[in-house]
Design a protein around this ligand. Sequence first.
Ligand SMILES: [Zn+2]
Length: 250
Amino acid sequence: MLDYCEAAIRKGFEEIAFTDHLTVFPDGSSTAHSLDWLKLENYVKEAEMAREKYGGRLAVRLGLEVDYIPGNERFLENVLDSYDFDFIMGSVHFVGGICIDSPKHRILVEREIGSNGFNVFYSKYMRLVSKAVETGLFHVIGHIDIVRIWGFNPGDGSMDEQKVLNLVKQHEMCIEASSRGLRQPVNSIYPSHRIMRKARELEIPLTLGTDAHSVEEIDYAYDSLISYVKAFGYERIATLSKRRILERKI
Ligand SMILES: [Zn+2]
């Protein structure tokens, strides 16, 4: 975290948010890339160290990117309430046991799409995102249409998107605009133009993310990200502190 903070200051940022992965299945097992939920205390302590060291120069927000998997709600509720996170970003990476953004599972995604078409898969994914929103556990939805990762685009997914965004609005949540997609086969920022237009219409606040998995990536395509959200009329972005949305002029 200290390395990321150093880099953020060097690159002229005033604020940084950490959202390490927490993936816990309903049976309590985890994936290899997930933080160990028994050691979340260390994660929290590290953020405190970063705040002590860089306070005044850099606002350090502590969040988590948490997988929504049907059946893991109760567990998450207990774990997430035990720590003072600034916010929790909810993401869907698993659709019926398939990890949609894992290169190893790409073939499974393609097989599903081959038999039923992308729109059926898209609807399935979006229904899970809706359920994630309805849990009330999350403040932000991460990369809301990452299901497009392998380059597929929904033709008529508009109804599913509208439903999810209405729920996001009702729950007073944010969605994340992420440059991650620019380094994936889809080669576009998440969310799509159509979702961005609807989000803007509903005045849903946007957080900005680069989904950095290394220090070098913290400002990945940041200028493109800013121009992208501005093109849809966004003049402010959201950051979160103590589970409250703060609005910042871009
Ligand atoms: Zn993710």
